[in-house]
Design a protein. Structure first.
Length: 694
């Protein structure tokens, strides 16, 4: 029976996420009181949706397209009154509000962003760069914020921080640091937010009044995406929309949220009604990526004078309590895109990287032959396709690919048949080597009970077969002057599910070393669907992709099927690849990984399966199941299998998800303990259950 999931475990705020909002109200030109009401309405909606920040467009309290009306005291007085009322009304709202307004200081006018929270104006940011070209004429009305802005501005009866050098920091949540810039600030070669990010800002907000022209929306997306990626930050963008003057211009109300180059949310452009979009930002990811990318810190040091000049405005931000379900999409298969077109492009690029890597190794070594073991399973099928691709690329004959199927005690008729069908269809030199006599001799020599005919199928029984296969391949390579092609994949390396030394762990070059099992499956289906290897190969690849994953080292009662299933020992590859991605790529706490897995694979995630996922894999996992297999992963990954990765052969890195090569993405001691991770998992989940019970 499935245990109930503690409700607090469902809160995104307990796992390093924050929810932000971007609002696009219908502006009322030169009517601050109406704009105040519309701003409050959207702010209330954002508060109800449990966001901690809501961003509004440039000069939203007055309207951007007022032209010379911006120099009228009556309008400016009304804007200041609206800000005072907004500050008072914000006492009952959870999020920080960032609104646009024209404000006077020392006899001049500035284009400003006012930052408010819980009844107070935290500070005011002035626009640094004023466009004065083509349709823009801002210098007619405003003064640039730097260096003209005074350090403070009198607003709502008190002096508040003012300028272009402000960072708003949540004292109770140090990862929440806000930087604000305005429209044109993003379009210059070095946006102010670049320095803000180097100074520690994780949330970058832009109030904009960018008029719309053909193709401009895509350029905005490019600017926001690239700025969020360069700054390793979230970037919020709110642009003016309905209600702005169309005397000479038009407006589309563009709202976007990016995180480290990835678009998380985008509002409807040209919408007739006010809009509000929300997105859940992963602050842990941003923090981890900044720590890993050491050049980010180097850049901050290089610009230390500018970075050190920021003034920090502290405030207390009480995060929403209770259950706040994550609205962000969490892919079940992080290595395999759900979108068919993107998935096909990923498969094409992965295969090309593998082929180019092997071709270069063949050229550099001067070797013109390859030896490969073909089991009829996923990994060896992909490795054989890559080898064929490399030989075709170099203009070498496929007959110089020496492919062997090597049946052992657990080989099924199905996989043996698939191996022969694939080798023949691809036109390589195919042969069969029965390893059972050699394995029986080894078992007798070492005094194993199976050598005396006893049915003892332990790890020694299995590894004798794996060792015999590898030994045969290396001696065949010696005999024929060939390169042994490795077939083991990234998932097996992560879990230590390989036979160390002279076993499937070793090769002269491993083309699958950084390809996870879930992607291997899709690569075979992609190769079959594209028909790039011919009509005869496609059905064989589909049959292999649909075969149960098994090392086939233990005899089965039915020779037609496998006598063992890998996933019964090490867990579902879908879950373990999910764990691998989030632990190795981002270094998340185990409790967060479990939270994400439950969001992606729990009961609420049933349905909407990609067509490429076979029906027998369309299952959901409850929290106890996720916890169990995550603990298995932690123990195997951090404690029991690093020594295998420390001695792994060369192979090309394929994806940004990383590889486990000790010469590349992953360096770790072979004698470490997994206890810290296992204890963290127990502690996190016990705390969540206790909170739920209470």
């Amino acid at each position: 029976m499935t245990r109930p999931v503690a409700r607090p475990f469902r809160s995104l705020y307990r796992h390093g996420f924050v929810r932000v909002a971007v609002a696009t109200p219908r502006v009322a030109l030169a009517r601050p009181r109406d704009n105040l009401a519309r701003t409050l309405d959207l702010a209330q909606q954002a508060s109800e949706r449990q966001a901690i920040l809501v961003l509004f467009p440039e000069l939203g309290l007055s309207g951007y397209s007022n032209e010379d009306l911006l120099l009228q005291d009556a309008l400016l007085d009304a804007v200041e009154d609206a800000i005072a009322e907004l500050a008072a009304a914000s006492r009952g709202l959870a999020p920080v509000l960032v609104v646009g307004a024209p404000l006077r200081a020392r006899g001049t006018l500035f284009n400003c962003a006012v930052v408010l929270h819980r009844g107070a104006v935290l500070g005011v940011v002035a626009k640094a760069y004023l466009p004065n070209y083509r349709e823009f004429y801002e210098r007619r009305h405003f003064l640039p914020g730097a260096p003209a802005a005074p350090p403070t501005l009198r607003l709502c009866g008190r002096e508040v921080p003012f300028g272009t050098d402000l960072l708003f920091e949540a004292e109770d949540h140090p990862d929440i640091v806000l930087h604000v810039e305005i429209c044109e600030d993003l379009w210059v070669p070095i946006p102010p937010s670049t320095y803000g990010a180097l100074a520690g800002a994780t949330l970058l907000a832009n109030l904009s009044a960018s008029n719309v022209t053909i193709g401009k929306a895509e350029y905005r997306r490019l600017l926001c995406a690239s700025q969020s990626a360069r700054c390793i930050a979230a970037y919020l963008y709110a642009s003016a929309g309905q209600g702005e003057s169309t005397t000479d211009l038009a407006w589309d109300g563009h709202a976007m949220v990016f995180e480290n180059g990835e678009l998380l949310a985008e509002g409807e452009r040209f919408a007739p009604a006010p809009g509000l979009v929300t997105a859940d930002i992963d602050l842990d990811r941003l923090r981890q990526d900044r720590a890993r990318m050491t050049s980010f810190a180097d850049c901050a040091v290089l610009h230390r004078d500018r970075v050190a000049g920021f003034r920090r405005v502290p405030f207390r931000l009480e995060l929403p309590a209770g259950e706040v379900p994550l609205e962000r999409a969490v892919p079940r298969f992080p290595y395999v895109p759900a979108d068919p077109a993107t998935r096909d492009a990923r498969c094409e690029e992965t295969y090309s990287i593998q082929v180019v890597g092997l071709a270069q190794r063949l050229e550099a070594s001067g070797i013109r032959k390859a030896v490969i073991g073909v089991s009829g399973g996923l990994d060896s099928a992909l490795a054989l396709l890559v080898t064929v691709g490399a030989f075709d690329r170099l203009g070498l004959p496929r007959r110089d690919i020496l492919a062997y199927t090597m049946p052992g005690f657990g080989t099924s008729a199905r996989t043996r048949g698939n191996a022969w069908a694939l080798m023949r269809a691809l036109g390589v030199s195919a042969a069969e080597l029965d390893i059972r006599p050699a394995a029986e001799q080894m078992l007798r020599d070492i005094g194993h009970p199976a050598g005396r005919g006893e049915p003892v199928h332990d790890i020694t029984f299995e590894n004798v077969q794996a060792g015999e296969r590898a030994s045969h391949l290396f001696r065949l390579a010696n005999l024929h002057g060939a390169l042994v092609i490795g077939t083991g994949d990234l998932s097996e390396l992560a879990l230590g599910y390989t036979t160390y030394g002279v076993g499937d762990h070793m090769a002269h070059y491993n083309v699958n070393a950084s390809v996870p099992k879930t992607l291997v499956q899709h690569l075979l289906r992609w190769a079959a669907a594209t028909g790039r290897f011919g009509a005869e190969v496609a059905p064989v690849l589909r049959a292999i992709a649909d075969t149960a994953i098994s090392p086939e080292l233990v005899p089965a009662a039915d020779r037609e099927g496998p006598g063992q299933r890998a996933e019964e020992t090490i867990g579902p590859y879908a879950l373990q690849d999910f764990n691998l991605y989030h632990l190795s790529r981002f270094g998340y706490r185990p409790g967060k990984v479990a939270f994400l897995a439950l969001h992606a694979w729990g009961d609420a995630a049933r349905g909407a399966w990609p067509d490429t996922v076979p029906p027998d894999q369309r299952i959901a996992y409850d929290l106890p199941t996720i916890e169990h297999w995550l603990a298995v992963f932690l123990r195997r990954f951090f404690q029991t299998s690093q020594f295998k990765r420390s001695a792994m052969p060369d192979g090309p890195k394929v994806g940004s998800g990383g590889s486990l090569s000790p010469r590349g993405d992953w360096r770790a001691p072979s004698d470490a303990s997994a206890e810290a991770w296992l204890e963290a998992l127990r502690r996190d989940l016990d705390r969540q259950r206790s909170a739920g019970a209470g």
